[in-house]
Structures are given as C-alpha cells and as structure tokens.
Design a protein around this ligand. Structure first.
Ligand code: ZN
Length: 153
C-alpha cells in the first residue's frame, strides 16, 4: 500500500511539474473559468467539440500541485471522448474523490474504470484537497453546459 501511495504521489508530482496541454486554445468552442477560493486555485478550461466529440482540450491557470495535476490528467483523459462520456467521467471522478475513505473497497471498481485518474482516490482522505482535485472537472462541465465559470464554493 505504501508503494502504491508513493507511485500515486509520483504521478501527481510529474503532472504538476510538467502539465500536459497547458496552453490557451484559439478557436475553442467552449471555455470556462474555475475558481477555488479555499486554496486560491484559478483555472481556465478550453474545449474544442465537433459534433459531440471532444477533439481537443487544454487548460491554463495557476494553482496548487493537486489542482494542476488533476487538470493535466483530465485533459489526457477527455481527448477523443464524447460529451456524454465526459459527463460520465465527471460523475465517476467526483464519486471517487468525495467518497468516505472507509468505503474504499466499494469504490475500487469505480477507480479501475477511471484508469490513471484513480491516483486521486487518496484525496478523499483530505477534505481540503477534494476541491483542488475536482476544480478542473467542475470547470470542464460548466464549459460544456455553456456556463462562463465554476466555483467550488
Ligand atoms: Zn488547491
């Protein structure tokens, strides 16, 4: 278990130091700003949706390592997905990070379906960090729903 936790921390550290798809997107079809006042994380998520497929997704902003890593990994996970699949992933991710740690075993199936995103399962033990991890996802959902922004408050 300790090894697993170390691996998770490495993945999060890697994505926070070298975030993927960290750029503005000219010609984005959807975008929204997210703000987590609790930690001070700010993020803008850009999406290019054609038909109902997410062709491209990127983000910009400034935040703590958890929020940056989460946004980076989200952009990896969403490319090529349909809008419905993205909303479904949002629900699974949200369940993963907000669940009671004592029910971790029940959440294992949800974690395995999330692939690499399961590294954030440890976040539910730190309520302060849950909003950091979910900020990019709330912002992505707001963008897809045509809203200008999302706040974790
Ligand atoms: Zn944060």
């Amino acid at each position: 278990m300790e090894d697993l936790r170390e691996l998770y921390q490495e993945v999060i550290l890697d994505h926070s130091k070298r975030p993927r798809h960290f750029s503005e997107m000219p010609g984005a079809s959807h975008q929204a700003d997210g703000h987590n006042p609790l930690c001070g994380d700010r993020i803008t998520v850009y999406l290019k949706v054609e038909g109902d497929v997410i062709e491209d997704v990127s983000f910009q902003g400034a935040g703590c390592s958890i929020s940056t890593a989460s946004a980076s990994m989200m952009t990896d996970a969403l490319r090529g997905k349909t809008v419905d699949e993205a909303k479904d992933l949002f629900d699974r991710f949200h369940r993963l990070v907000t669940s009671d740690p004592s029910h971790a075993a029940e959440n294992a199936p949800a974690g395995s379906e999330l692939g690499k995103l399961a590294v954030f399962s440890g976040v539910c033990e730190f309520p302060m960090r849950v909003k950091c991890a979910s900020l990019s996802w709330h912002t992505m959902k707001a963008a897809l729903e045509g809203e200008a922004g999302a706040s974790t408050e």
